[in-house]
Design a protein around this ligand. Structure first.
Ligand code: ATR
Length: 273
């Protein structure tokens, strides 16, 4: 019988995770049973319990359940504890639930795939919500020269920076507090979803800078189109999606899939339907 995994979210029908994980399994010469499950908003824990009662051994978790999944896990990784969120659940041999978060590693790996050097770079992060909290530890572990978190609500960025200050030079403030130029600018706001652009200075980028949007779509996001016009190299978050999935796959199965081919095929699907 195939090993049983799923992704939980609400809504979930748009999820590309079943396709990505089927492609990973195919590469490894096996089939897995990986489905998308829409958990009810008021019973995530019950849905996980039913899943494992029917043979499930691992799951990805997406919006809006990542924090609840963290609270549900009997134990979790240090990076998940920092993030206060979990995107990967694993049923242990002892029958307990282990939680981890692979989003930040996914972002860092995708930047590496694009030859973007984080070590020594000046990094600007836009947004201070759960998505940004989830990437900060792996990002700071790469030893950038500095990180500034800018957010519409400045106090949230300042508080988030304080929570991670022990890991390196990280400051926070409002969009108006952005003073310097940056080698890497990461958009972690949900503004792209609404087609909005945070209010940013035109001269934000150093020469050869990278603009990264954690969102993706068939067309460049508003932020990436804006950044490209100002000389930055644009990268969207499709690679992060594939890389975080690969890290989850590794946690479950101990094998690292080749992400390049899967990302190429997914890009083709996204653009051509
Ligand atoms: P997520 O889990 O995606 O991070 P979130 O925790 O709700 O979701 O955070 C959304 C982030 O996008 C926040 O940083 C939010 O700014 P505020 O903290 O000021 O709300 C930011 N955001 C959402 N819409 C935005 C917009 N139109 N312009 C700028 N920032 C926006």
């Amino acid at each position: 019988m195939s090993e049983r995994y799923c992704v939980f979210g609400h809504p979930i029908s748009h999820s590309r995770s079943p396709w990505i994980h089927a492609a990973f399994a195919d590469q490894c010469g096996m089939t897995i049973d990986y489905t998308a499950i829409e958990a009810p908003l008021d019973d995530f824990a019950g849905t996980w319990r039913s899943f494992i009662a029917t043979g499930g051994i691992g799951a990805n978790v997406t919006v809006p359940f990542k924090e609840e999944a963290f609270r549900l896990a009997d134990a979790s990784s240090a990076r998940a504890q920092r993030a206060g969120a979990v995107n990967t659940l694993l049923l242990t041999d002892e029958g307990t639930t282990y939680g981890d978060t692979t989003d930040g590693v996914g972002l860092v790996r995708d930047l590496e795939q694009h030859d973007v050097m984080l070590t020594g770079a000046r990094v600007l992060i836009l947004g201070a919500g759960g998505a940004v909290r989830g990437i900060l530890e792996p990002l700071l572990d790469a030893h950038p020269a500095s990180v500034f978190i800018a957010n519409r609500t400045a106090v949230k960025a300042a508080a988030l920076a304080r929570d991670f200050r022990d890991l390196g030079g990280v400051e926070g403030g409002g969009f108006n507090d952005i003073r310097a130029t940056y080698d890497v600018v990461i958009n972690g706001t949900s503004a792209s979803l609404a087609g909005d652009l945070p209010p940013l200075r035109d001269d934000l980028f150093t020469s050869g800078a990278t603009a990264y949007d954690m969102m993706y779509g068939a067309e460049p996001t508003v932020f990436l189109a804006w950044a490209q016009k100002r000389g930055a190299h644009p990268v969207d978050g499709l690679g992060m999606l594939v890389e975080q999935a690969a890290e989850s796959y590794y946690l479950w199965r101990g094998e690292r899939p080749d992400t390049t081919r899967v990302l190429e095929a997914l890009r083709f699907k996204l653009v051509h339907g």
